[in-house]
Design a protein. Structure first.
Length: 267
């Protein structure tokens, strides 16, 4: 019986919340039994691993990984059945257990699923993208500093002016950014705190910061394929994301070169 058939039976048989909960428990018990038996087969067949070749090795590794993922996922499902709350570090994809939920807090997008990325926009509209190694790594407070460190590593000097939204604001961050050599630090303040730059610099940096969202939206468009890439591993998702950013930057570069050439011809 396929997954679609099982899902249809679940929807038709379970009309009430209690019925759905009961049926879910039964399904979990069945899957747990299958996973336990699979574990026994994997242990018993471990000695055969050396004989496997090519596709056999790939299939074995995939099956072993799925068995390990299910061993973590089933207790999480039981936790939800018992408490009504989603377990911490909930697995959202059996094939890519490294993916996670990201609370966005935006209208229509309260939660997104995937991997965290950090974006930095350079003068001219070029974009740099950084993939977080784990869910807790790339907080706004940290990335506000990390983006400048990356700029220094790439260009040998800090940006003269730098803007970031209020997620990256703190007095300590302002102090650290100035120590790194950033002259105009435009971290949007929280609460009643004041900007660390004058009015003119503030207006310029706010305008520049607003264009970051446009660049991110462009990368996520269907043209570049940043969203929902055809990837079967987290590493490949990272490659697809950087490929999308590269596509955006190349288009920016080509348009800039074409505009320069046109100006030279006119001149």
């Amino acid at each position: 019986m396929g997954a679609k058939s099982t899902h249809m039976i679940y929807r038709r048989a379970a009309k009430t919340a209690d019925a759905k909960k009961k049926l879910t428990k039964e399904l979990v018990a069945i899957v747990d039994g299958i996973n336990a038996e699979l574990g026994q087969w994997l242990v018993a067949g471990k000695s055969q691993g050396e004989r496997l070749k090519k596709h056999g090795k790939v299939a074995w590794a995939k099956l072993n990984a799925m068995h390990g993922t299910m061993a973590k996922l089933l207790p999480q499902i039981r936790h939800w059945l018992r408490t009504g709350r989603v377990a911490a570090e909930k697995i959202i994809n059996i094939h890519l257990p490294e993916l996670y939920s990201i609370v966005r807090g935006k209208a229509g997008k309260a939660v997104e699923f995937g991997l965290k990325w950090g974006f930095a926009r350079l003068r001219g509209g070029f974009v740099l993208a950084t993939l977080a190694k784990c869910k807790g790594e790339m907080t706004d407070t940290r990335f506000a500093l990390q983006a400048v460190d990356q700029h220094i590593a790439l260009f040998g000097k800090p940006p003269s002016a730098y803007a970031y939204d209020r997620g990256g604001y703190s007095r300590d961050n302002i102090r650290k950014l100035k120590a790194k050599g950033v002259k105009e630090v435009g971290l949007a303040p929280r609460g009643k705190a004041k900007w660390a730059v004058g009015k003119k610099a503030k207006e310029k940096l706010v305008k520049e910061r607003a264009q970051v969202e446009g660049s991110i939206g462009a990368v996520k468009s269907g043209r570049y394929g940043f969203n929902r890439p055809a990837a079967r591993s987290v590493d490949m998702m990272g490659v697809c994301g950087q490929r999308a950013v590269l596509g955006l930057n190349l288009n920016k570069l080509i348009r800039a070169l074409a505009a320069r050439q046109e100006m030279e011809l006119i001149g």
